[in-house]
Design a protein around this ligand. Structure first.
Ligand code: ADP
Length: 381
């Protein structure tokens, strides 16, 4: 597997081939950037990439192979082995975000400790190494208690909200991989907010509008931007998100998930060292999408403005509701005017699996949401 122009390397290599890599590839083409992804040719990004390095992001050899054909390596998930990425960087191919930064972010306990030590507001939290400590942690933080696996958690896989010490002990045995689990106080948030902070290797920064994210069963289902909260709250969320991305040395796009409390305080829930589901709306709704700014940031190019092109936008995820071959209702969804449809071309649908999304721009959040929901219903996956 070599780039089409002989003796040249790919501009960027992405350690994965899912939907985030796919949308990054689609942002790369108009700029004349060639992107290689790591995976198989029939994965969402394998189908649209400039090149595919065969293999799996969990395989150190495959990561090294990706590094050997690219000028810069980046990620679409935070679980890639930071030690292997450090080797790739040491051998001369820069990796952004930096492996050191990734090593902290990919461990929820280290990430929380870093944010805390930088004075950022986070929920009360502690690492529990022995299940016998859970009763006293519950007494301190109050019940329910949220337990989180330190590594490899996503879309709620790896989290448990526990109402009693017995439930917490049960969850502990499932979530502990030998280094303890992160226990957090349950946050009675008013709503969840998110934004993306793009930072370039040349020191530029662009902060996206603050959006409101709605999760069902721990999976993000809907995003509304700007968030329907006071301007003061949006300003505070921007301040917190910028500081968090800086603290974590984020390069390219960092997604920042936050909780809004009833007294107006904003807490950081977690960081994602890559483009984020809450930023998919930016493809149509912002002057520069999160995917393009991720590429610009890691390549040391000028960042583009993240400004909204409409008063409001909404994004609704298309989540699987059945299991089997995927047969999206393309024609029915496209009959909804104003709905921008994105399908990730996954051959198999599974319950809760992210199969695509719809973005709409409108004069109000309600209008944008209504159009997007109607298109998603018609896809009917
Ligand atoms: P994942 O990495 O699996 O996405 P998160 O830690 O982001 O897990 O949590 C997923 C969702 O669970 C959050 O968006 C929020 O709705 C809920 N959640 C997480 N932590 C807490 C908490 N401490 N209190 C209340 N809800 C929480």
């Amino acid at each position: 597997m070599t780039p089409s122009h002989e003796h040249e390397r790919y501009d960027v290599g992405i350690a994965g081939a899912g939907q985030l890599a796919r949308m990054t590839c689609l942002a790369a083409w108009p700029l004349g950037l060639r992107v290689a992804v790591l995976g198989s040719p029939d994965e969402p990004a394998g189908l649209v990439a400039g090149g595919v390095v065969p293999g799996n992001w969990k395989d150190p050899e495959a990561i090294r192979a990706l590094g050997s054909v690219c000028n810069v390596v980046t990620l679409e998930n935070e679980f890639v082995d930071a030690g292997v990425l450090a080797e790739v960087a040491a051998s001369g191919t820069p990796v952004y975000p930096r492996p050191e930064s990734l090593g902290v972010i990919q461990d929820k306990a280290l990430q929380k400790a870093l944010l805390d030590s930088c004075g950022l507001p986070v929920p009360p939290h502690v690492v529990v190494e022995n299940p016998s400590e859970l009763t006293s942690v519950g007494r301190d933080f109050g019940w329910p208690l949220v337990l989180k696996a330190r590594k490899l958690g996503y879309d709620g896989y790896g989290n448990a909200t526990c109402a009693t010490p017995a439930e917490a002990e049960d969850a502990f045995s499932r979530l502990d991989a030998g280094e303890g689990v992160l226990a957090e106080a349950f946050v009675p948030f008013v709503c969840e907010l998110a934004t993306m902070v793009a930072r370039s290797t040349r020191g530029e920064e662009a902060v996206y509008p603050v959006c409101e994210t709605i999760q069902r069963d721990h999976v993000c289902t809907e995003v509304v931007v700007p968030a329907r909260v006071d301007e003061d709250v949006r300003q505070e969320a921007r301040r917190v998100a910028r500081a968090a991305a800086l603290a974590a040395d984020g390069l390219g796009v960092t997604g920042v998930e936050m909780f809004l409390l009833s007294d107006g305080r904003v807490l950081v829930n977690e960081l994602a060292p890559r483009p984020h589901n809450s930023g998919h709306y930016s493809i149509e709704a912002c002057e520069t999408s999160q995917f393009e700014n991720h590429l610009r940031g890691i390549l040391g190019l000028s960042l583009g403005p993240p400004l909204l092109r409409a008063p409001s936008a909404a994004m609704v995820n298309i989540l699987g509701t059945t299991t089997g071959p995927s047969r999206p209702g393309l024609a029915a969804a496209l009959s909804v005017r104003g709905a921008h449809l994105h399908l990730y071309d996954k051959a198999e649908v599974r319950v809760r699996r992210k199969m695509g999304h719809v973005t709409t721009l409108a004069g109000s959040a309600d209008e944008a949401l209504e159009i997007a929901r109607s298109a998603v219903q018609r896809v009917a996956l």
